[in-house]
Write a protein that binds this ligand. Structure first.
Ligand SMILES: NC(=O)C1=CN([C@@H]2O[C@H](COP(=O)(O)OP(=O)(O)OC[C@H]3O[C@@H](n4cnc5c(N)ncnc54)[C@H](OP(=O)(O)O)[C@@H]3O)[C@@H](O)[C@H]2O)C=CC1
Ligand SMILES: Nc1nc2c(c(=O)[nH]1)N=C([C@H](O)[C@@H](O)CO)CN2
Length: 241
């Protein structure tokens, strides 16, 4: 039996753009129901709604916002095939922002949101059989190495990496829980040529592969009936440079 597809929706947080949007479109193209959270209503939200996605506002900057989003999800569906924690902010340390604010913001989106949503949505993930549901945490290559410019970001992703193993132990064997640790996947629009050249040179493969690398790995994880509690690197051989 094909283990990916279900009438139960896949929930993707922060899916209004980039990797989350690519994941949502891929699932919808194969008739897999999708629920997304968005904070900014990009034009893509209309596109996703027209394609059949349920697009729910979700601002995870406060615990109350996280709980309100979970309540809305539970009002709209009786079960979930997967929860993909994609929502994230790549915020570096800055002279204009107090370090305590940066740390709090990074922990809020990368730790509070996944931790609370996993607990709040657990009843929707359970009760569907062995290896029938998935949670995927999007961490980052910098969990291994740290970062001198995104210290709080890296630490929060490291905490999320650890949550992967804890929730894998808590929810097995009904729910598999894995992390995906990307390095450079997709540039941002403001990245200049010098930055792009330097960033590409950090890996063995020397490309920014784009969203499809992540889409393929997400589908592999959902198809598996055995892989859980692990972090899956997508980094072009960067540790070997
Ligand atoms: N792109 C890359 O090369 C890499 C990506 N990753 C990880 O992969 C995942 C996807 O990356 P990418 O597509 O670039 O992600 P983005 O940086 O585009 O962020 C995805 C979404 O998260 C949303 N978001 C941020 N903060 C909040 C919040 N407080 N509440 C609700 N939503 C929020 C944003 O909403 P809004 O637009 O409204 O701000 C945004 O649309 C992330 O977890 C990222 O850390 C890791 C390494 C490399
Ligand atoms: N939420 C985000 N996290 C990260 C992003 C991003 O655009 N949004 N980008 C990166 C970089 O690509 C980095 O991997 C380059 O070395 C990291 N995290």
């Amino acid at each position: 039996m094909d283990n990916i597809f279900s009438t139960r929706p896949v929930l993707i947080t922060g899916a209004g753009r980039r990797i989350g949007l690519a994941l949502a479109k891929d699932f919808l193209a194969r008739n897999q129901p999708v629920i997304i959270s968005f904070r900014t209503r990009y034009p893509s939200i209309d596109e996703l709604e027209q394609a059949g996605a349920l697009c729910l506002f979700g601002d995870f900057s406060t615990d109350a916002g996280i709980k309100a989003f979970a309540d809305t999800v539970m009002k709209h569906c009786g079960g979930l095939r997967a929860v993909i924690h994609n929502a994230s902010a790549w915020q570096g340390e800055s002279h204009s922002v107090p370090h305590s604010d940066t740390l709090a913001a990074m922990l809020q989106i990368h730790v509070n949101a996944p931790y609370l949503l996993n607990h709040l949505l657990e009843p929707l993930l359970r009760g569907h059989g062995h290896a029938s549901s998935d949670i995927i945490h999007f961490t980052d290559y910098v969990v291994e190495r740290g970062s001198d410019k995104h210290i709080a970001y890296a630490a929060s992703k490291a905490a999320l990496d650890n949550l992967t193993r804890s929730f894998a132990r808590k929810l097995a064997p009904e729910v598999k829980v894995n992390a995906i640790a990307p390095a450079m996947i997709l540039f941002n629009e403001h990245d200049d040529a010098q930055y792009r050249k330097a960033a590409l040179n950090k890996s063995l493969m020397k490309i920014a592969p784009g969203e499809k690398e992540i889409v393929s790995l997400v589908n592999y994880l959902l198809e598996s009936r055995y892989v859980t509690g692990r972090t899956h690197a997508v980094d072009g051989g960067r540790p070997l440079r």
